[in-house]
Design a protein around this ligand. Structure first.
Ligand SMILES: Cc1ncc(COP(=O)(O)O)c(C=O)c1O
Length: 394
């Protein structure tokens, strides 16, 4: 007999992710160029693949390993964090914790920190998986609006803090807006969190994707940040290892026991072969990712320029990070409706802003990192043409 009882209220409350809906549209419309995918077009460095080539010849290599990651990866990560992020992991105050991707790290942190009804401050537009994790933990995402260029409004964040607030989440470089937050704004948020006794969770999945001389700041490098800052990192984007599922965090030590419980329950230990690939990737180092940045930047500028053709009916603040542009459209149509029409009538896919909590005004996220430059160019031709038609300004 098939059980047909209700699903948990917890899961019923979670928004359905939009990506599978867009993926279904793309499947139904062969030949669609997808400017939707949040991944890079390049694969992992050869060092990562070489590292796993000899993996698995002994039974012991297939056993469970430590919950927080293998020592070889810890050692390489400590060196990386010190050199790249100016975070010297202080074992008395912090833990370094490897997970199966940084989404999982975020989930563990929410499970570890939030009781039902607690509040987590996220910025609008938010990253949907953050909001979903918060809702799954029966906590509440308190969405604080950003400024017109998607920058942080620190005063608004401060005003949103209540006695139920447990953490403030920032993502820089940002998905979906592509903005890199001003170092001073991040510093103020971090200090605010310290003063109010709440966590600052800093998602840095796109740490290497900055352009036009913009620098990335890890709030975890700031003085007096170790006790309240959780820094999340990922191998998915920089090293082209998205489906290998390796991420890691630096977190205040008091979270350790709770993180271990969550990790032990859902994962036991991060996949060892993926960690071995990550050690190999770190041998290639950030030079690997940086070798692609100039070309990605050229694609970014091309996309920005093409979208300007639709001004003033389409506004796209210049965004110096990640590989996203967030377009604001002057149309009464919903963003999902616009995406449906773009796919079906013009053969190009982007992600609707509704997935990121932008439901009042139509927004579209354009991702320019997942395809070779020529394909992005062809996709932009279709997008600009399609939007001209949809916005009725042909
Ligand atoms: C802001 C942000 N954090 C985390 C992730 C997921 O990273 P991972 O693959 O390490 O789970 C993404 C993926 O799109 C992202 O955009």
């Amino acid at each position: 007999m098939t059980v047909r009882g209700p699903l948990s209220q917890r899961m019923e409350a979670v928004q359905a992710p939009v990506i599978p809906d867009v993926a279904a549209l793309i499947r139904d419309t062969p030949g669609t160029i997808s400017l939707g995918q949040g991944v890079v077009h390049y694969g992992p460095p050869p060092q990562a693949l070489a590292a796993v080539a000899g993996f698995g010849n002994t039974p012991a290599e297939h056993h469970y390993r430590s919950a927080d990651g293998i020592p070889e990866l810890h050692e390489a990560l400590r060196a990386k964090l010190a050199a790249e992020n100016a975070i010297d992991v202080d074992d008395d105050r912090q833990v370094l914790f490897v997970t199966a991707g940084s989404n999982m790290a975020f989930f563990h942190v929410v499970m570890s920190v939030c009781d039902p009804g607690d509040e987590v401050i996220v910025m609008s537009p938010f990253y949907f998986n953050h909001e979903m994790a918060i809702t799954m933990a029966n906590a509440r995402a308190v969405v604080v609006s950003s400024d017109q260029r998607y920058g942080l409004r620190v005063d608004a964040i401060e005003a949103a803090i209540t006695d139920r607030t447990r953490m403030v989440v920032t993502i820089s470089p940002n998905n979906p807006a592509g903005v890199v937050y001003e170092p001073e704004a991040l510093r103020r948020v971090n200090e605010l969190c310290r003063k109010r006794g709440i966590y600052h969770v800093s998602d840095e999945a796109y740490e290497y994707f900055t352009y036009a001389g913009t620098l990335h700041l890890s709030p975890g490098s700031l003085p007096d940040s170790a006790g309240h800052t959780v820094s999340l990192f990922s191998f998915s984007k920089s090293y082209g290892l998205a489906n290998w599922r390796v991420g890691y965090m630096v977190a205040p030590r008091p979270l350790m026991r709770a993180l271990q419980k969550s990790q032990d329950t859902v994962l036991i230990c991060p996949p060892v072969i993926s960690q071995v690939a990550a050690v190999g990737a770190l041998q290639a180092g950030p030079a690997y990712c940086r070798s692609y940045i100039e070309a990605i930047d050229a694609v970014r500028l091309m996309c920005l320029q093409r979208l300007q053709e639709l001004a003033p009916h389409c506004v796209v603040p210049e965004a110096n990070g990640a590989f996203y542009l967030l377009a604001r459209l002057d149309t009464p149509l919903s963003s999902m409706r616009v995406v449906e029409r773009l796919v079906r009538e013009h053969g190009v896919a982007v992600i609707p802003g509704s997935g990121f909590g932008l439901t009042d005004v139509c927004h579209l996220r354009v991702a320019y990192g997942a395809l070779e430059a020529d394909t992005v160019k062809a996709g932009m031709d279709r997008l600009v043409q399609g939007l001209h038609a949809i916005l009725n300004r042909a």
